[in-house]
Write a protein that binds this ligand. Structure first.
Ligand code: AMP
Ligand code: MG
Length: 357
């Protein structure tokens, strides 16, 4: 396939003629990458099985990892889901458009490949004008995973999309960097108590403020497969995507968790050890301790007090370390609260090794 066309669009008032051309590509079965408030997505017409197959092919995505379907209005949800129960309706009311994906019972008209054969479907209304205009103009729900090669860090800029998929897709809508920087929260509403399958842009704290008890799948926390927080065990991961190593840079990542007063010394010790072994080391540091790392290749992710900042920079930092060709990345952990939970989930799943102080 020829290289993708890149269209620059205004994030708030995208030109209708560009949106129309991109929507035309989707309607005719092509693949268009577009910005959302979380990360860039790779879109295809959800009702076109050949287009959906194209997503799996170009990303190298395992066929058992289902896609999120993006909608521009409630009417589209009813073309995808058999039922919207009371908590689901409330969550849509409060958090849509926004970084929240709801897992609902699937209508049989939805091509099975979209949901990797599951009886459910994952649906989200993104809070980005370009995404909403594109979906509306296409007139169909848009299947869109993150627009990266499978296993690589998700793209937060059009340049990241180009790097991974520029040769294999039809177009990229470039509206500048994505705001939140980590993916949506995925919550399963088909269980008796809603279960967060993947932490993301909407926090656990925000969710439970509106629907009361919410559980978290143990895999979603970055722990081991098999048992939930409350001891209930699952036959298999409920969100199949969670069983794959993910979000990973090419270098191997060592995550150092624990007391923030002790983490920097441990990071220094590890960095010295790796350097002595002849490896090129990168350090993903908090603003608070960046000054204590004297040698090069230090990227400041942001303040530990502000997980939003760290989330927004996380993936581009991981890609930057690849540009520097470091062999090892040593990353400081953050407190797994608020958006910090999503950050830690991504770091734990990118990590080759986790050190708990
Ligand atoms: P991505 O769009 O690449 O960021 O990944 C989408 C995430 O949503 C993956 O973790 C999937 O496993 C999850 N997902 C999509 N559809 C479903 C579904 N029907 N049930 C459970 N998880 C889903
Ligand atoms: Mg992804």
């Amino acid at each position: 396939m020829a290289k993708a066309i890149i269209w620059q669009v205004d994030p708030l008032t995208p030109a209708p003629e560009i949106i129309e051309r991109a929507a035309g590509i989707l309607r005719s079965g092509g693949l268009v990458a577009f910005p959302t408030e979380t990360v860039y997505g790779l879109g295809a017409d959800a009702f076109n099985p050949a287009a959906v197959a194209g997503i799996f092919r170009v990303k190298g995505r395992p066929a058992d990892n289902p896609l999120i379907l993006h909608v521009a209005d409630r009417e589209m949800v009813y073309r995808l889901a058999v039922r919207v129960n009371e908590p689901a309706g409330r969550l849509m009311e409060v958090f849509w458009p926004g970084p929240l994906t709801l897992v609902l019972p699937r209508r049989k008209e939805v091509p099975p490949a979209v949901s990797a054969g599951l009886e459910t479907v994952a649906v989200r209304m993104p809070a980005h004008q370009v995404a909403l205009d594109l979906i509306r103009a296409a007139g169909v729900p848009v299947a869109a995973p993150s627009a990266n090669l499978s296993g690589r860090p998700s793209p937060t800029t059009a340049a990241h999309v180009w790097e991974d998929l520029g040769e294999d897709i039809d177009a990229i809508l470039d509206a500048g960097p994505a705001g939140i920087g980590v993916e949506s929260t995925v919550v399963d509403l088909t269980a008796p108590v809603p279960v967060v399958l993947r932490p993301g842009g909407v926090t656990m704290e925000e969710l439970s403020a509106f629907i009361g008890e919410v559980r978290i799948d143990s895999l979603a926390e970055g722990g081991s497969a098999g048992t939930g927080k409350n001891g209930d065990s699952y036959e298999k991961p409920r969100s199949p995507g969670l069983k794959y190593r993910h979000y990973a840079p090419r270098a191997s990542l060592i995550l150092v968790e624990g007391d923030p007063r002790e983490v920097p010394a441990k990071v220094r010790e590890l960095a010295d050890l790796k350097r002595a072994g002849g490896l090129k080391v990168g350090i993903l540091a908090s603003a608070e301790s960046a000054g204590s790392y004297r040698q090069g290749n230090v990227v400041v992710a942001g303040s530990r007090q502000c997980p939003e900042q760290i989330a927004a920079r996380l993936y581009s930092a991981l890609r930057y370390f690849d540009e520097l060709s470091v062999d090892v990345i040593i990353a400081e952990g953050v407190e797994p609260a608020g958006l910090g939970l999503a950050v830690m989930n991504r770091l734990r799943r990118a990590a080759a090794e986790i050190i708990r102080n």
